[in-house]
Design a protein around this ligand. Structure first.
Ligand code: F3S
Length: 755
């Protein structure tokens, strides 16, 4: 059995008491989000009311999910913790490393050829440490999680931003960096700033061509790509109850596109139906017993303005199908409406080359059946489709069932390519061109979530528009962006005018789900004898060795780079082609800080080697210092390390021998990541001291042996002419974090505590 009913029953057994106590402490009725947050506090029972958007709170998530690209470094790190098993139920899903090209059979074979060492490593490490493993082709992480693991009222984290999809089944599910996942796997708490709460009241009912996707495309229009930042979006109202569970998943999934921490819905009949259809009767029965705790208190939804920080109203009966894009998911156009003029004005190609249906956002049975009802009309009405079709089923369960029910056959009759049950074109794993950089300008429509430049096919000139699967099907048949299936006629092969009728479909398969091999591999009960597979000469994987403590004596450290202006985690550890080295710390370290601008010459990847006086790339110069046994310092500006929670941005400088990062201010997650890797993350007490730092400077830490919470440190900066400046630097280390530093890393400390 994949899901853990005992764990779920345990969560439910504590929920009522914790929620009742939280309600007393907060002093008012609670939203669903608060119920889940307060019932998952690390310390158990709530004892204070937290300030939304301000307080940092420690939580105890119920589950973890990792995808193949991010799991590599997370699990390599977990191996350092010295634990025999993961502390909470965890799964790994192989979905990102599979290219879409010829169709599922060939593509899967190819992926297994080129990435077998990564898959073998993930399978063996999962088997050893009690992690459920979903092999390549089993499905896309978030669809598989919804089908098997998500449960109302639960809290999960995942090393992928669309982990939020599980909100469709009433969870608080949040995307995190690998370092956070490792902490929880190793039995530590997980910290989050207590989110603000946005309520979305859905009235009316979807009908005709309008789908759940249009709800989130509308919300994206209202809130824009930043409007949900730091907030949980909670959907409620009669409209919410009228939608399917997988439709709710679509809405929560794209909450990532408005920057929301996550999104969720209260437990309702659609969720119960989905749980039962996916063979989780026991979960449905357990949830029914505490039903009132799995949704907000009645008063909250009656007067939402009193309980949410912001309330948005959407009447589903008035909502129109949307086509958002190109290049950003919040640029909305109602289907038909003024697309002709907009496309003309902005020079968007009106002709549509491809219609892609799938991704973790829209690949459910309901999605494929509704899109197929449109595709079938093209066959019945003798229409020649003007665009090519590509389909990515969300899971083997969906693929097998839709094949059995003749749904995939409809697309195949239109010459669609049925790609692997994997991310494929959604993450640039689409071998559409041999030379994407020089590929022609064109438009595509898809039912995915992200549509920024190059996301699907690597071609900066591809204009990608996002819509529901049924609208994607209609537009792909018509081959025009400005086609409106509600009003426009098409000419068929017999020269007749025909119209497409409204989509129809099934929320759940009428004959039930079926699958032969769902692709799941249960880990051994006792994995102690399992050998983790990493080839010695592997380019892509490297076992980690514990970092040595930097120590309380730093003298004669050299400046590696003084970064000028913005320095995000992308500047520190670039993505793109470097993704292939995500599991090999030494190889990926060759991109360390290559995007950062050197403050002294305004060039990237061009810094002075103080040992030779020559200039070179940042990683090369740093490797020279390391060889000479010289520690180094990185200096930065404001909000250093903003962007993603990528732990590589901290691990790489640490691996190469950087001892301290001194900046005007940090992005908090990166600051914590540096601390976890046993480095010094420091801020100038007087930010003008940034200007004192010269290219040839040497740093002596004068009182590091007195490293203590709330106590600034003193650094002597020695300039090349012999003059000196003494500067004060501040830090936010608490006692536990100072121990991380002293032990060399947080994982070293965990290992020591386990010994
Ligand atoms: Fe995969 Fe795209 Fe979802 S990359 S996890 S299908 S957002």
């Amino acid at each position: 059995m994949a899901f853990d009913i005992d764990m779920i029953k345990d969560v439910y057994s504590k929920m009522a008491e914790r929620v009742d106590k939280a309600r007393d402490i907060v002093g008012k009725p609670l939203t669903l989000s608060e119920k889940i947050l307060y019932s998952h506090l690390w310390d158990g029972n709530p004892d204070k009311a937290f300030v939304r958007g301000k307080d940092y709170v420690e939580f105890a998530p119920d589950r973890i999910a990792c995808q193949d690209a991010t799991a590599q470094m997370a699990l390599l790190q977990f191996m350092q913790a010295g634990k025999p098993k993961v502390a909470v139920p965890t799964t790994v899903h192989c979905d990102h490393l599979i290219q879409a090209k010829d169709g599922a059979a060939n593509d899967l074979r190819h992926a297994n050829d080129v990435s077998s060492e990564v898959f073998d490593f993930l399978e063996s490490v999962s088997n050893k440490y009690g992690i459920g493993f979903w092999k390549p082709g089993a499905g896309i992480i978030h669809q598989v999680v919804l089908e098997n693991y998500a449960f109302p009222g639960g809290m999960m984290i995942g090393t992928d931003s669309h982990t939020v999809n599980a909100g469709g089944l009433g969870m608080v599910a949040i995307g995190v960096g690998g370092a956070d996942a490792v902490d929880v796997m190793a039995g530590m708490a997980w910290e989050l700033k207590f989110p603000k709460l946005i309520g979305v009241r859905l009235t009316g009912k979807l009908s005709g061509w309008t789908a759940p996707k249009d709800v989130i495309l509308k919300v994206a229009e209202i809130l824009t790509v930043k409007g949900g930042t730091g907030a949980i979006v909670e959907y409620f109202g009669p409209g919410a109850k009228s939608m399917s569970c997988t439709g709710k998943g679509t809405i929560c999934n794209m909450g990532a596109e408005i920057g929301a921490t996550t999104s969720t819905f209260g437990y309702d009949d659609s969720m119960e139906r989905y749980l039962r259809a996916t063979e989780r009767e026991e979960v449905a029965d357990a949830a029914n017993e505490i039903r009132s705790y799995l949704t907000a208190d009645d008063e909250v939804y009656a007067n939402p303005e009193d309980y949410f920080d912001q309330v948005i109203d959407i009447n589903l009966s008035e909502l129109k199908p949307m086509l958002n894009g190109p290049f950003t998911p919040d640029l909305s156009t109602e289907v038909g409406s003024d697309m002709t003029e907009k496309a003309k004005k902005n020079d968007w190609p009106v002709k549509v080359e491809w219609g892609l249906i799938g991704s973790c956002t829209n690949s459910s049975y309901e999605d494929l059946s509704r899109a197929a009802s449109i595709a079938q009309q093209a066959l019945d009405k003798n229409l020649k489709t003007k665009s090519e079709f590509g389909i990515n089923p969300g899971s083997e369960k969906v693929r097998y069932t839709t094949e059995r029910d003749g749904i995939l056959e409809v697309f195949e009759k239109l010459d669609a390519k049925i790609f692997t049950n994997a991310c494929g074109p959604c993450i640039g794993q689409w071998a559409r061109y041999s030379d994407p950089k020089n590929a022609p300008k064109n438009s595509i429509v898809h039912s995915f979530n992200r549509n920024f430049a190059k996301r699907a096919d690597g071609n900066p000139n591809t204009h990608a528009f996002v819509a529901s699967p049924e609208i994607v099907a209609a537009i792909a048949i018509a081959g025009r962006l400005d086609f409106n299936p509600m009003t426009d006629k098409l000419i068929n092969e017999d020269g007749q005018e025909v119209m497409l009728e409204e989509p129809t479909g099934w929320e759940l398969p009428p004959k039930g789900f079926e699958v032969k091999d769902n692709g799941y591999i249960e880990p051994r009960e006792d994995g102690s004898s399992v050998e983790v597979k990493v080839a010695n000469n592997s380019e892509r994987l490297q076992l980690l060795t514990p970092f040595e403590p930097i120590g309380d004596h730093i003298e004669g450290a050299k400046l590696l780079i003084k970064a000028f202006g913005k320095c995000t985690t992308d500047h520190i550890s670039m993505a793109g082609p470097w993704l292939r080295f995500r599991g090999h710390l030494d190889n990926i370290s060759n991109n360390t800080l290559i995007g950062a601008v050197n403050a002294f010459n305004k060039k990237t990847n061009f810094v002075k080697n103080q040992l030779t006086g020559e200039y070179g790339g940042v990683p090369d110069v740093q490797r020279e210092y390391k060889k000479a046994g010289i520690k180094t310092v990185v200096v930065g500006d404001h909000n250093y390390g903003e962007g993603s929670s990528r732990e590589h941005a901290a691990m790489q400088p640490r691996h190469l021998g950087v001892a301290a990062v001194i900046v005007k201010s940090f992005a908090r997650i990166h600051e914590t990541n540096l601390k976890k890797q046993g480095m010094l993350a420091l801020t100038f007490k007087n930010e003008n001291d940034y200007d004192l730092i010269q290219e040839d400077d040497t740093f002596n830490f004068l009182d590091l042996n007195k490293f203590a919470p709330d106590t600034p440190l003193t650094i002597e900066v020695v300039h090349s002419n012999g003059s000196k400046d003494e500067i004060k630097v501040e830090h936010t280390y608490n006692d536990a974090q100072i121990k991380w530093y002293k032990e060399g890393s947080a994982l070293n400390l965990i290992k020591k505590q386990n010994a």
